[in-house]
Design a protein around this ligand. Sequence first.
Ligand SMILES: Cc1cc2nc3c(=O)[nH]c(=O)nc-3n(C[C@H](O)[C@H](O)[C@H](O)COP(=O)(O)OP(=O)(O)OC[C@H]3O[C@@H](n4cnc5c(N)ncnc54)[C@H](O)[C@@H]3O)c2cc1C
Length: 477
Amino acid sequence: MSTVATVSNETFNTHVSVLVVGAGAAGLCAALAAKEEGVEAVVVERDAVPSGSTALSAGLVPAAGTRLQQAKGIADSPQLFAADIQRKAKGEADPAVVEAVAQGAAPLVEWLADRYGLPFEVVDNFNYPGHSAMRMHGLPSRTGQELIDRLRNAAEANDIVILTRSIVDRLLADPDGRIRGVEVVHGDGAREYIGCDALILACNGFGGNPELVRRYIPEMADALYFGHAGNRGDAVTWGDALGAQLSHLGAYQGHGSVATPHNILISWAVIMQGGVQINCEGRRFCDETRGYSEQAAEVLRQPGGFVWNVFDGRIAAVARQFEDFREAERAGAVITAETITDLAEAMHVPTTAFAAEWNEVEKLKSTGGHDRYGREFLASQTCKPPYYAVKVTGALFHTQGGLAIDTDGRVKHKDGTKFPNLFAAGGAAAGVSGPIAAGYLSGNGLLTATVLGQLAGKAAAKLIPGFGTLCSGRDGI
Ligand SMILES: Cc1cc2nc3c(=O)[nH]c(=O)nc-3n(C[C@H](O)[C@H](O)[C@H](O)COP(=O)(O)OP(=O)(O)OC[C@H]3O[C@@H](n4cnc5c(N)ncnc54)[C@H](O)[C@@H]3O)c2cc1C
């Protein structure tokens, strides 16, 4: 069990300026930003090759007002983006942090593109629920694997040391919360005490810790965890021991569309383009377009804990931009049929009930209108044969609660004052989704990982002796 210890009887083997725990998107953006300020940054990563949940994601970063959007004539602004985040979070996200990430996202995307050559594109052929503009920025493969690989290459090209196969086991701190360093266990079992001037926790949340999930998010205690197994909630455990403020621990990113039993993400584009979800009784059960996060628990509540995504060939063509969908097709997770009757048979759902639901939806599309759950259908979403279906379940992707921070990623004490040299970003910090799963707006995960990573890296660099000073203790702000 990871804990926090004071340093009185510890000897540091070495000392670095900015130490980062975790080499996901948050940690690597933080290290790049610190290094750019002329400060040494070292990242400690438990895996042999950095991947994290970042590699499992679609790598889509939402940003408002980028030149990539402007080139495509997409009108957007950080204000509109911030309003979308708060609308989804029912106004319960920290307004200052929302403002910081909404303002910082466009500069972040352009920074990664211009300085480190990440070839971002705007996804402009479908939109995610709750976004008022097309603002998802993705790499050509639309994979998080490409994002993490490109970030790692950028870090290596800039001489940032990543200590791999090394787990931070304990934080070493003074009684007032000033971090002195960390205790690391390397892959060969050797222990090392690394001192630092500033520490950035970028080790994501507690999705990989069943005990913490059961305690804080009981509705997902038995759900498939689809994130990185190494995210064991160390930031929350350490923060708790240090007396940090923990916020919105019940919040999470779920997803109601993971192909089962194949365990492959099926893009929510299949729903947003006009597809629906049908349970094993052949029935729809809610407005699927509210959001994929809250849909995870909704799907798990259906008989058997699974449902079917049903759509057509036009929608499948949109989904095929994602490698995951192509993989699902290769794995045989996607079934097709020329008629709804044949599809119902292949899905083993009652034909009459399913056909009635399907016909009602298609009629609503042609006339334009809302269904009994309030979902709006458009004529452009009409489906034609052949029809497609994928059996899916609900999964936990990552936790959104964590250490309360300021707009520099600086961790707060319970009384709202700040730790002198402790930062958190990405899944380690409290996100901008409010207290529950329904507050998660698509992209909030990588938004807070990348933007807060960059902001924390910059702010941590400023603490390094000789750089100039930010503070020398609890500043009471
Ligand atoms: C399937 C899936 C799809 C997703 N799609 C999207 C999307 O398209 N857009 C979006 O915005 N978000 C998406 N998300 C969420 C997004 O992936 C995460 O919010 C984001 O990657 C978090 O980044 P991070 O750097 O905080 O964590 P991670 O990328 O998980 O990195 C944390 C790192 O810390 C390391 N670590 C943990 N503990 C220790 C320790 N004690 N010592 C050393 N190292 C440690 C881990 O090994 C890991 O490498 C998705 C998530 C999943 C699972």
